[in-house]
Design a protein. Structure first.
Ligand code: AVI
Length: 323
């Protein structure tokens, strides 16, 4: 294989991240947001239906049990802003309970997800004003001018915050505080630290959707980058890292092999891994401390009876900064 210099400016973010992540001198890794192409989204929908994946159904149970209480913090005429809204299914629970919402602003990178959600919500909530924002919540963004002066509540369910390291999570929460502005609230779902016997199977379900979801990234690289990964030459492994309090998902090379991506060769030793995802697990107190460092004031917290999952209400008392 030739090693012609590649012009990184002409490559898309997926190509750049795959080349950089596989070329890392020690641990190979690929950022987990690349797992969510169209097929990845379908597979993730299948994961959340699996009996082992307790996160979604537990969070939905908490939102349903406490919806009236959760929206009680939103003054009439508020705007609900959802970060990474996807299908907006969980949002319907809040929309059912809220009184006089001025607008709902779903933010997502998928135009088709935004269009689908808008269509469904228009039928289910005929008077609701929906102002979709096609954007990546990980990057700086601005709310539509028409809603920027109204009271704002952010919504970030699913424990997606757990896919960020504590430092990244602090930065993300800080930028959400900045986007939402002083006096705003954030309702955020966070998976709780518990026995690995419960946490690990959620990422390694018996039906194998967790494994197919992770291996789909190699297929994506084959499709989009002309790579030649043999997905069967890797197995999927979910482990609990008790020092970092996180589930790590790795693809483990079954044998010595070389894969090619965009003219670059990447050698794998038997047992060598590509670190594909982290899911950090928090205690209620630990997460509240992290939000304080990001400029939020933790307020109420709702959990299920078994203490598997938590939904936090945060209040932003910090003056807005310019970015
Ligand atoms: C989206 N996110 C919160 C999921 C999680 O639990 O970390 C992603 C996931 N990956 C494999 N299974 C679930």
């Amino acid at each position: 294989m030739s090693a012609e210099p590649l012009d990184f400016n002409k490559l898309d973010a997926f190509a750049v991240d795959v080349l950089a992540g596989l070329g890392a001198p020690k641990q190979k890794s690929i950022p987990c947001h690349h797992l969510y192409d169209a097929r990845g989204n379908e597979l993730f929908e299948a994961i959340i239906e699996q009996p082992e994946y307790y996160l979604s159904r537990t969070e939905i149970g908490i939102l349903e049990a406490h919806a009236a209480d959760i929206v009680a913090g939103m003054p009439p005429g508020s705007v609900l802003v959802e970060f990474g809204s996807g299908s907006s299914w969980k949002t319907e629970i809040l929309l059912d309970a809220v009184v006089r919402l001025a607008a709902y602003v779903p933010i997502d990178v998928s135009a088709s997800a935004l269009a689908g959600a808008r269509h469904r919500l228009a039928a289910r909530f005929p008077g609701l004003r929906v102002e979709p924002l096609l954007s990546d919540f990980r990057h700086p963004l601005q709310l539509p001018a028409e809603v920027a002066t109204l009271p704002r509540t952010g919504f970030f369910p699913g424990s997606t915050i757990g896919n960020f390291s504590p430092d990244e999570a602090k930065k993300l929460l800080g930028s959400m505080a900045n986007v939402l502005g002083t006096g705003s609230r954030l309702i955020i779902g966070v998976d709780l630290l518990k026995s690995p016997k419960i946490m690990v199977p959620a990422y390694d379900d018996a039906a194998g959707f967790g494994a197919i979801f992770i291996r789909n990234l190699l297929m994506r690289a084959n499709r989009e980058l002309g790579a030649d990964f043999d997905p069967d030459a890797f197995y999927h492994e979910a482990r609990f890292n008790e020092v970092e309090n996180r589930i790590e998902v790795h693809l483990v090379s079954k044998r010595a092999q070389i894969a090619h991506v965009l003219g670059r060769s990447f050698a794998f030793q038997p047992g060598e891994t590509i670190h594909m995802q982290n899911s950090y697990k928090h205690t209620v107190k630990g997460f509240q401390a992290l939000t304080r460092e990001a400029g939020w004031t933790p307020h109420r917290v709702w959990t299920d009876n078994a203490g598997l999952f938590s939904v936090h209400e945060l209040i932003n008392r910090t003056p807005k900064t310019t970015v």
